[in-house]
Design a protein around this ligand. Structure first.
Ligand SMILES: [Zn+2]
Length: 89
């Protein structure tokens, strides 16, 4: 498993919006700015791979989810984007 992106400070969020306007969130609204989101690679970054399927099946046990807007067919498809929700006791 590898990480493409993790914590992203505000100024970097703003720069990303200029570079990738279709992809980046409005600065200040991304969970990357709270240190609660990671972008993963090594297979997880594509829907339907064994790595992505493993994450779909198991990430919630560890408190992580690919939010529904990022699902295949979601409003912004980002199979690589995972957010920490916390683990229920
Ligand atoms: Zn992300």
């Amino acid at each position: 498993m590898c990480i493409t992106d993790s914590y992203r400070p505000y100024r970097v969020q703003a720069a990303l919006l200029i570079r990738k306007p279709g992809l980046a969130a409005v600065p200040g609204t991304s969970n990357h700015g709270w240190g609660l989101a990671v972008d993963l690679c090594d297979g997880i970054n594509d829907y339907g791979t064994p790595q992505h399927e493993w994450m779909v099946a198991n990430a919630a046990k560890y408190g992580w989810e690919n939010p529904d807007w990022a699902w295949q067919g979601g409003s912004r498809q980002e199979p690589w984007h995972w957010e920490f929700q916390g683990v229920s006791p």
